[in-house]
Design a protein around this ligand. Structure first.
Ligand SMILES: Nc1ncnc2c1ncn2[C@@H]1O[C@H](COP(=O)(O)OP(=O)(O)OP(=O)(O)O)[C@@H](O)[C@H]1O
Ligand SMILES: [Mg+2]
Length: 348
């Protein structure tokens, strides 16, 4: 038996979401009173491009909504196990921010959560794509959009500093997974990941970073910081794949990697994606100007270092982006990664 079959059998109390199971889904949603008695499902389709979860758009005779199920595996690669409690953490995040008007206004409303089947039901923000198209290089974020995203982060990072039950959002398993893919795997000497199949010559470019012991040590050290608990509530995966262009403005989804940690990590990730998508210095400056850090010991140099690491892992790690860059451009970005990760070391 493969992993999903085994796990399905082991958890008979779970409703397993499936695009073609209209009858089962109707019963399931009626049981939870997420469907009105006079409502009928018309269509069930994939909500968009996602890897981790089963995320469907359900359209009825009345409306549409999103049903997202975390399974104990990665949806796109069912033989790879994934932390199952991520759905509970994601649901908890939405419950936590629901009282903060600016944040809720920028996220879909959570319509319901089922902790047994690890299903969350969300307001549908419309079938518009997420901003992954930024990687094609044809579009750029406008300054007003940068301000909107910076305002979201400001509010998120400052808003829950005194929240008492931070341990409920430790999200250890997801953080461990992310830590491995950001700080460890990409620089592992022989990780078996064929970079030349992505861009011929990329393997050799990556080797230079792997051979740079000071760089690897610094990345390892920053990885430890990522694993530490902090005061700021982070979204945890703040990049264009989590931003949606809805009819009434930019929205943020998918906080399944959220945790209380160092805000510099989150800003660094966003900065990395602005750099990789060719945004101008004016745009980047606007991010720095708009974002208001929560903590007085905020360290801008750390933001740059986390940005450098995010660039590196997106180019030579498994979580590849639809970037249209050749070897020369990727090499420049990797060199930039080394420069900004090592920056304050050289000045010491
Ligand atoms: N509330 C929503 N309204 C409209 N579209 C949505 C909504 N939630 C998700 N989508 C669409 O479904 C896609 C996948 O959703 P989401 O990112 O939450 O799933 P995921 O499995 O966690 O994805 P990933 O593997 O990228 O983390 C989104 O990129 C978006 O296109
Ligand atoms: Mg996700």
């Amino acid at each position: 038996m493969n992993i999903p079959t085994e796990l399905r059998t082991a958890h008979p109390d779970v409703y397993w979401l499936a695009e073609d199971d209209h009858a089962g889904l109707t019963n399931y949603l009626l049981d939870w009173q997420w469907l009105a008695a006079n409502e009928a499902i018309h269509t069930v389709t994939k909500a968009g491009e996602g890897n981790m979860n089963c995320t469907l758009r359900v359209t009825t005779n009345e409306r549409s909504f999103i049903v997202k199920q975390a399974r104990p595996w990665v949806e796109k690669y069912p033989t790879i196990a994934a932390p199952w409690e991520r759905a509970l953490i994601e649901g908890g995040f939405y419950q936590l921010i629901a009282g903060a008007a600016t944040l809720q206004q920028m996220m879909p409303r959570l319509l319901g959560s089922d902790a047994v089947s690890r299903i969350n039901v969300f307001e549908d923000l419309g079938a518009s794509d997420d901003l992954m198209r930024l990687y094609a290089g044809e579009r750029k974020l406008e300054l007003a959009q940068i301000e909107t995203l910076a305002a979201y982060l400001t509010q998120l990072h400052r808003g829950f500093v005194r929240y008492e039950d931070k341990a409920a959002f430790a999200n250890r398993a997801m953080r461990t997974l992310n830590h491995f893919h950001i700080f460890v795997f990409p620089l592992q000497p022989a990780n078996g990941f064929d970079l030349d199949a992505i861009t011929p010559g990329l393997q050799a470019a990556a080797q230079k970073l792997k051979d740079n012991a000071a760089y690897v040590a610094r990345v390892t050290q920053l990885g430890e910081l990522y694993l530490q608990d902090g005061d700021a509530l982070l979204h945890g995966d703040f990049f264009p794949g989590s931003w949606l262009q809805a009819a009434d403005g930019l929205k943020v989804i998918d906080p399944e990697f959220c945790f209380f940690g160092a805000a510099e990590f989150e800003l660094g990730v966003m900065l990395a994606h602005l750099l990789m998508t060719g945004h101008s210095q004016v745009v980047i400056d606007r991010l720095w100007q708009s974002y208001q850090p929560a903590s007085s010991n905020w360290q801008p140099a750390l933001v740059e270092q986390f940005a450098g690491i995010e660039i590196m892992r997106r180019l030579i790690g498994v979580a590849q982006l639809p970037l249209r860059l050749g070897l020369a451009e990727k090499t420049v970005l990797l060199e930039h990664s080394v420069a900004i990760v090592m920056h304050d070391k050289e000045n010491e």
